[in-house]
Design a protein. Structure first.
Length: 504
């Protein structure tokens, strides 16, 4: 058994800890990896616990495009072999290459590359990944996320080459994580959902757990993570400007000087993924100015006794919109289409994601306010209060859609949400069909609690509790032992799916 990891940025430390578990507990000795971020690469190269057969660094591959002659015949070959249905999804999913985001802060939207340069980047990435997989021939590739040109290429080339893929995905219940072999579907949760639907009596323990979860949620709604709520985010001026307090100001200045020094003394400061310190500072200043001016004059009060639909804005840039609902990524445009698809007397409540407070400019919200039946709701308002009083919830792929089902509300999605497998959820694939889908959901929605409970039961069956987001954010090999201990359930779940047995 040879396991390959997509070591995506800080996930390198998590992935390495999982490799240690596979080595110690399951006797796997061969590992390789595709690495994003030079710091992660240096960590993996210098650690002594595992000798990776090969580590491919994206930043080194990226630099090759400058000397790469554009070969349209090769591009055509790639499109024929790996197109989805063409090669544009690989580009549009990549925040840095397509939008110059990540190295700049949203709402920056000016690509650093021309069309021809993007094609040359595609060439060098594809050639490197094809060579890497043919030389290494791993049995399995574990993906922390599929959300960039390189990771999407790695995924689809692996599929074509007959290499098994497993993508770690959040289950939307607490800290539960599950697995899928296809990033666009419900994965093993979907398969277990079908099993439980067909043979409910065999899974009564899980069904009872699901019923308890649903009952507890009705009695006391709670989000799957505090980090996505107003409590977990600085959604007011006081929190946003806490750094101006004496201690905070010194800490902020120290942090900036540290990243400035690191950048100026780095031999690899021209890596395409590096954030220039002056861009970091300027983008942060602009965001703080937006918060200082504020948005209070743009917010509407909720009137929960009126007829309204709810659309939660999703964070940008994220794979939930850039990959899983890419043709509806422009949420401003989508809101305009939703607003005109509702019954005439309906309002459309739009609420900002707490994580995006201060990022979107006032002009974005002003454009929303031009739509006659749209109300902009403060990000400090809990979505639960809106959902349970709404008539219908529409979302790209957000957890709000699943939570709406807990409240027995009709739901329409615009992307690959895993809960689309429920028959009562309707997905809009063609925007001109939206008015009729809305009408159908409002007039003929049939709440199916059994199917919902079966889905929750499937989540319990196919998920493990692991605070992966917290572990992801704990950098450094000094925390490796803690990572190993807490990642055992996830490593065991992967081992189970690939039929690995613990060594004696």
């Amino acid at each position: 058994m040879k396991i390959c990891f997509l070591f995506q940025r800080r996930f390198a430390y998590v992935g390495h800890a999982m490799a240690l578990i596979f080595k110690k507990k399951y006797g796997v000795n061969e590992f390789c990896g595709y690495v994003q971020l030079r710091d992660s690469f240096e960590f993996l190269k210098t650690q002594k616990d595992i000798k990776y057969t090969k580590l491919l660094l994206e930043e080194d591959i990226q630099k090759q495009y400058k000397n790469e002659p554009l070969d349209l015949n090769y591009i055509e070959y790639l499109e024929q072999e790996y197109g989805i249905s063409n090669l544009w999804p690989y580009i549009t999913t990549d925040r840095i290459i397509r939008y110059n985001l990540l190295v700049r802060e949203y709402p920056y939207d000016t690509p650093a590359y021309t069309h021809e340069e993007m094609m040359r980047i595609m060439q060098v990435q594809a050639k490197a990944i094809l060579k890497f997989l043919k030389e290494e021939r791993p049995d399995l590739i574990i993906f922390s996320v599929v959300g960039a040109l390189s990771s999407l290429l790695l995924y689809h080339i692996a599929k074509k080459e007959g290499i098994r893929t497993l993508v770690i995905q959040r289950s939307r219940i607490g800290t539960k994580f599950s697995l899928t072999e296809d990033y666009n579907d419900a994965g093993y949760i979907g398969k277990s959902f079908d099993e439980i639907q067909k043979n409910n009596e065999s899974y009564q323990d899980l069904v009872q757990l699901a019923k308890k979860f649903l009952n507890d949620f009705h009695n006391k709604p709670s989000p799957y993570s505090v980090a996505v709520t107003p409590k977990g985010r600085p959604t007011n001026r006081k929190k946003q400007f806490a750094f101006l307090l004496p201690g905070g100001m010194l800490e902020s200045a120290g942090w900036f000087l540290k990243i400035l020094y690191k950048y100026l003394t780095s031999k690899h400061r021209d890596d395409y993924s590096n954030i220039k310190p002056w861009h970091y500072l300027w983008d942060r200043i602009k965001r703080k100015i937006r918060v200082l001016i504020g948005f209070d004059d743009l917010y509407n009060e909720t009137e929960l006794d009126e007829d309204f639909a709810f659309f939660p804005l999703q964070a940008m840039p994220e794979i939930s919109t850039m990959l899983h609902s890419s043709f509806y990524m422009d949420q401003l445009w989508l809101i305009k289409q939703i607003a005109r698809s509702l019954p005439l007397h309906y309002k459309l409540y739009v609420k900002e994601a707490p994580a995006m407070f201060g990022y979107r400019p006032r002009r974005y919200y002003k454009e929303l306010k031009k739509i006659p039946n749209v109300k902009l709701i403060k990000p400090t308002v809990m979505s639960f209060d809106i959902i349970k009083n709404s008539k219908i919830v529409l979302t790209n792929t957000a957890t709000s859609g699943l939570e709406a089902l807990y409240f027995k509300k009709p739901v329409i999605t615009f992307g690959h949400a895993f809960y689309n497998i429920l028959p009562m959820v309707k997905r809009c694939r063609t925007i001109e069909d939206l008015p009729s889908i809305v009408k159908e959901q409002l007039k003929n929605f049939h709440y199916d609690e059994k199917s919902l409970i079966d889905l929750i039961a499937a989540i319990y069956k196919e998920s493990v509790d692991v605070d992966l987001i917290q572990l992801w954010n704990i950098e450094g090999d000094d925390k490796m032992e803690k990572k190993e201990q807490e990642l055992v359930p996830l490593a065991d779940l992967i081992a189970k799916k690939i039929n690995l047995k613990p060594i004696a």
